[in-house]
Write a protein that binds this ligand. Structure first.
Ligand code: COA
Ligand code: ZN
Length: 307
């Protein structure tokens, strides 16, 4: 049997958080339904941040009530502080995503806290979550480069990751928030982490700003990483990270992994409907490379079998 890879869909959160035009709660719920219909089982649909900081996430609690429910669905909400954690807990999330960036500048711009203060806030959330029986995943944001300070030394990312694990974070997501890394750097970061803590503990979160995302995903896969974030249609960006473009497109990542013999449980054809809804909701043309290829084949009357 093919080995399973978990793909955590973050389009609704990372993808929609910086859209200039608001997307309605009903459209977000429709997109979530289409994603689940395509086989997506892991989703990060919202963040509980200040609605003035990110107006697109103001409907987080309302959207949560409209999400598909059922066995085998794994939902995470991103939380920046204890207040966000409490809102996520009250909305019923079994897992929360915490965020800490590698530099003072990025933490300051994103969360209005220094790196030290953010680490302390994460510690507080981890302790509260442990008492409430809620699972934690910590995003090491700007793991390859900071949008304000530039390249981040590997040792800085490794040290922060170790500190967060020692603080009790159950899972870690290594995030190339601005899409500045390359496959060799992915190996330099992931190899020692996998050696120290095992591959199961890690997610990899990629943006495709410079076209490196799939190559980096494969480098991580080679080291045993089987958990990835991705965003339908390649939606994405961060309002507090200038230059960050879309996440790796879910459909491209699914196509690559499936064609390499891994099992994502997600249908590329099924994702086409989700991409269509996302395009309609954002008013933007979206879609990874594989969808362009499928469309071109179909225009020529050829049938494609991509799952
Ligand atoms: N959700 C809603 N309201 C929040 C909140 C949260 N998570 N955290 C704080 N607040 C409220 C406080 O209750 C307080 O309200 P009051 O003025 O009515 O008393 C007010 O915001 C200020 O609180 P403070 O703790 O000083 O927050 P801040 O102004 O320093 O902002 C964040 C900090 C983290 C809340 C804000 O920077 C933020 O939401 N950033 C989002 C970053 C993001 O989404 N990045 C992309 C994903 S990584
Ligand atoms: Zn991101």
């Amino acid at each position: 049997m093919a080995e399973t890879v978990i793909i955590n869909e973050v389009g609704l959160r990372d993808g929609l958080q910086n859209q200039p035009e608001p997307v309605s709660t009903a459209d977000k719920a429709r997109l979530a339904r289409a994603l689940v219909d395509a086989g997506v089982r892991w989703l990060e649909p919202v963040s509980f941040v200040h609605p003035k900081a990110v107006p697109q996430m103001a409907d987080a609690a309302e959207l949560t009530e409209q999400l598909p429910a059922g066995e085998g669905l794994h939902y995470t909400a991103l939380v920046p502080n204890l207040k966000g954690y409490q809102r996520a807990r009250d909305a019923g999330y079994p897992t929360v995503g915490l965020v800490v960036s590698t530099t003072d500048s990025f933490n300051q711009r994103n969360l209005n806290m220094s790196l030290d203060e953010t680490e302390r806030a994460c510690q507080e959330i981890i302790e509260a979550a442990r008492a409430d029986g809620i699972h934690t995943r910590t995003y090491i944001s700007g793991a390859f480069a900071c949008p304000y300070d530039g390249p981040v030394p590997v040792d800085q990312t490794l040290a922060l990751t170790h500190r967060m694990i020692e603080a009790g974070s159950e899972e870690i997501a290594i995030a190339d928030t601005i899409g500045a890394g390359n496959p060799q750097q992915m190996k330099d970061i992931m190899a020692p982490l996998v050696r120290a803590w095992g591959a199961e503990r890690f997610f990899v979160h990629l943006h495709d700003t410079r076209g490196m995302a799939l190559a980096m995903a494969w480098a991580a896969c080679d080291l045993g990483i089987r958990r990835f974030d991705a965003s339908v249609g390649g939606l994405g960006g961060c309002p507090f990270a200038p230059g960050a473009t879309g996440n790796v497109a879910t459909e491209d990542l699914v196509y690559m992994l499936e064609s390499c013999g891994l099992d994502t449980g997600i249908s590329v054809q099924g994702l086409r409907e989700a991409v269509r809804i996302a395009e309609e909701a954002t008013g933007k043309p979206l879609g990874g490379r594989i969808l362009q290829w499928i469309a071109s084949q179909e225009e020529q009357g050829r049938k494609v079998d991509v799952g």
